[in-house]
Design a protein around this ligand. Sequence first.
Ligand SMILES: [Zn+2]
Length: 468
Amino acid sequence: MDISNKKISKIYEQNTIFYKLFSTILKNYPYKKEFYSRMNKIDPQKFFDISIKPEINVIVITIDCLRNSQLSSQGYQRKTTPFLDNIMYKFKTISTSPWTYPSVASILTGLYPHNHNAIIKGEIKNFDNLQNFQKIKTDILTLPEILFFLGYRIYFSTAIDMAFYPFKGRVIPRIYFSLNAETILSNLMKWISKNNSRFFAYVQLGDIHEPLNPPENFKNFFGNVKSIPNVNRWDFRNPKEYHEKNFSEYKENRIKLYDNSLRYVDHAIEQFYKYLEKKNLVDSTIFIVTADHGEEFWEHAEVETKYFFDPRDYYGVGHGHNVFNEIIEVPLLISTPTTNMGVTKNLVSSIDITPTLLSLLDINYFGNLDGLNVFKINQDRPLLSEAIGYGFEKKSLIFGNYKLIYSKNDGITWIFDLKKDPKEMFPITEDNITVQLIDKLKQIFSDSEKRKVRQVIKRKFYDGMNNK
Ligand SMILES: [Zn+2]
């Protein structure tokens, strides 16, 4: 992250028309320059067959902070997502990280954070310290870059600036601080309408990321939200505060406001989908809705205070701080012109999104991918979540019914039986399962290491050939 971008961001947050106009011109210039400078250096033929011409458009909408359990299709008590519930293909998905930066990089590379490298370095993570952010490795292509080389028009917009940072120099962004879903999606509609050529659009919506400010007509959708101080942000971030009698009132209203905001996002996406129908684009577009991570509503506050270190001394709320399922389980909803495909009952991962799209578009990509096409998965794989945003590194590995949570520096090696204990409250002590999951975790990292060595040898071999 460089200082100039931070300055630009500050300017961009100003509300006057002057600032908006000025910043629009100013903000895009360095991004464009950086983007074309990188594109000019890449030889796409090294990564895929550039002669193919996929005809299908791709839209990926990431709803920041959407935990899977809050969708009405998952049995949630409020009808939060009537439109999303109707999307044909639904996959229960594990995000590769509990916070935005590594997770969105996984969505658009098909790689785990330790392989794409967009993680925080250092022993104690704290994402307020931007100096420690590492970038996606230069020799990795992201999905928008691949599609750019195949002649797609590329659109990248986000209400959360953190979702753009991994892709700096790889896309020309539209960063819409605090704009709501309808405005962001209507901007996308205008862009789509301008031209008939194939396109890829990535949109990250921030409506259910704090601060929550749904429009008036959705603010009290599931009942009146009391005007309690900070009800649209986070209070009660430490169990020490809970003896205060107003905690339960705050919690109830905070969750209700999240649900109301989610109901609004569902409505905004429905309007956008109606636009696609009106323009006859549904039959030529793969439409994906997912999330970069979930959100904790105090489920593990006591446990986190007792066993885990957080440099902010916050526990039990938000995301980025731990790998319990409320923070890493997200939806993956796909609507595609190809129908009659099987949907696996097995869990999938955000690393599968890019491989699925490459496969549906018939792109034979030679680069590394950790994920698989979700329509071809028929067995359990160990699924990793890692690269924490706050505190010591924590990893989770889910395999079948079991889940490992491992944090070396917090001194934690816990196994949960998710079938018997889906809320992850009672770690079990079965040594053979612990050994099995630790082995699988080690295996993922040793496979990555072996792959890196193979790549270096391959590169040396080709360099040698070229020098002859
Ligand atoms: Zn996020």
